[in-house]
Design a protein around this ligand. Structure first.
Ligand code: AHR
Length: 513
């Protein structure tokens, strides 16, 4: 009777989120892990777009107000090191198929300018080029991923770029690199062969691109003394299964180490909705779009399995994230990052983890000041977004062994539509610790979730949580720590079963030993 009264009171006060339905369960087979979660699933992307490179990462070698290393902000370097960023894709995006790398090396006063035709038509001075990017990756301990120009470039340009960055013997390009101040090659492993070649990369058909790809890939060998390179075919957008099928069928697999896939969580390309101040219906739709990643990855993988049952060719989701109308005043594709973005990050990263056997890399778009950024800057100020915090909580999964699991999830209901409220992934790291990441995307309801683990004791359980009072909540330059992970203790262990109370729109990561 007493409990009923409390329930009615909470409902009357609109505090249904404080009520937990005992309706979710997870079973983890901790003794059956087989596949490693590539750390590269936690990759990032930095394009010459808006304020990502210039006035984002790069504030200029002569800057006297913002502390930097060779022009790259020290606070960004430190934040990305803390995040254990495993790789960084550059220079685009659409920009990549307009970029001529030779214009960005050598003495600054001899570099031509470039008009950024896709992103605002701004004129760039090419002061951030190959050396800056590859040295930055070295500093971060991240693998560089260079996206080569196929749309408006030449095969020779790409051959030269590979030779410039990777050849350690005597050659015209390696000698030029030395003359420009870099003795040792950088040994760049990841090479994209064009970007969105179905669109901004050349508006090609899949069949035409498959032939072009074969031509480029033929001339992109590894060079002596460098790591073997991986060539990544420009991939499908969302559900374009014909694209993946055509590549898998027509490109000899010894020429292609990975096929890409792009998917943005966008309400509609003509009306993307606000970054902050969105309705619950808009939130629901964003999550619906985000969760489509499960279907896309599954179906593209099924096609790949047909042609490559041994899974030698990887799937790289090298652009993903939320895309809203944002703050156009501040620059192209600048947007705030709220708890909605934390939900996207948590749910989509769980999808990638659970597909670790085929998905070997993913790159959230983008690292700084663009789209679903992990870092925002304003002059000398910098903040870490909710997405940053989710990725940091999840980096315990990097290179860990994926543990198979099953989830019984309640639905998140809105206006007669439903989505699975919960998503989960689990892994065991090299030290033997198990990590479970749980996301409750339900905007109103907490979900009490039982977690049964086969093949692992529950000696110690520790947790962290990212949550906030409102879905709209975000960090600002005046209040940069409003959203940050906290210790999580709302769980109990009874008879070997863990019960976790997941608040509405929250991400919880548990460590179990
Ligand atoms: O990330 C922004 C843009 O989205 C990229 O340049 C392009 O590849 C995609 O369409």
């Amino acid at each position: 009777m007493k409990i009923q009264k409390i329930v009615s009171l909470l409902l009357a006060l609109g505090l249904s989120g404080l009520l937990s339905a005992q309706d979710a369960s997870v079973i983890i087979n901790a003794d059956q892990g087989k596949h490693q979660i590539s750390r590269h699933i936690y990759g990032h992307f930095a394009e010459h777009l808006g304020r990502c490179i210039y006035d984002g990462f790069y504030v200029g070698a002569d800057n006297e107000t913002i502390p930097h290393t060779d022009g790259v902000r020290n606070d960004i370097i430190q934040a990305l090191k803390d995040l254990k960023v495993p790789n960084l894709r550059w220079p685009g995006g659409c920009f990549a198929d307009t970029y001529h790398w030779k214009d960005g090396v050598g003495p600054q006063n001899e570099r031509p300018t470039i008009v950024n035709r896709w992103w605002g038509g701004t004129t760039e001075d090419n002061s951030f080029g190959t050396h800056n990017f590859l040295n930055l990756c070295e500093e971060l301990g991240a693998e560089p991923y260079l996206s080569a120009n196929v749309g408006s470039g030449t095969v020779q340009e790409v051959i030269d770029w590979v030779q410039y960055t990777n050849h350690d013997g005597v050659s015209p390009m390696a000698d030029w690199r030395r003359a420009n101040g870099r003795e040792k090659p950088w040994a760049v492993k990841y090479w994209g062969v064009g970007n969105e070649t179905w669109g901004c990369g050349g508006n090609m058909t899949a069949e035409y691109y498959a032939n072009i790809y074969r031509q480029y890939a033929t001339f992109m060998p590894g060079w002596s003394g460098s790591a073997k390179i991986e060539r990544i075919a420009s991939g499908a957008s969302g559900n374009d299964y014909h694209w993946t099928e055509t590549l898998m069928k027509n490109v000899p697999h010894e020429l292609m180490e990975a096929v890409a896939l792009h998917h943005y969580s966008v309400l509609s390309w003509s009306d993307k909705g606000p970054d902050v101040g969105f309705s619950e219906a808009q939130y629901f739709k964003t999550m619906e779009e985000s969760l489509k990643m499960e279907e896309f990855v599954t179906r593209h993988s099924t096609i790949m399995d047909k042609y490559d049952p041994e899974k030698k060719v990887a799937l790289f989701v090298d652009e993903w994230g939320g895309w809203y109308d944002g703050d156009t005043e501040k620059g192209v594709l600048y947007q705030q990052n709220t708890m909605r973005d934390a939900m996207i990050a948590g749910a989509v990263l769980n999808i990638f983890n659970n597909h670790a056997e085929r998905v070997k890399m993913a790159n959230i778009a983008q690292a700084v000041n663009v789209l679903q950024a992990v870092i925002l800057t304003d002059a000398e100020k910098m903040l870490l977004t909710p997405t940053y915090h989710v990725m940091k909580l999840y980096n315990v999964h990097q290179d860990a062994i994926l543990l198979p699991l099953s989830v019984e999830t309640p639905d998140y209901l809105l206006d007669g539509k439903k989505l699975p409220a919960l998503s989960v992934s689990a892994s065991r790291d090299t030290g033997g610790a198990m990590h479970v990441s749980l996301v409750n995307i339900d905007a109103k309801k907490a979900h009490s979730t039982t977690v049964s683990i086969h093949g692992n004791d529950l000696k110690t359980v520790k947790g962290s949580i990212l949550s906030s009072a409102s879905l709209q909540d975000h960090n600002t330059f005046d209040n940069p720590d409003k959203i940050a992970p906290k210790d999580f203790k709302d769980f109990k262990v009874k008879n070997g079963v863990l019960t976790v109370n997941l608040p509405p729109f929250s991400v919880v990561v548990l460590e179990i030993e």
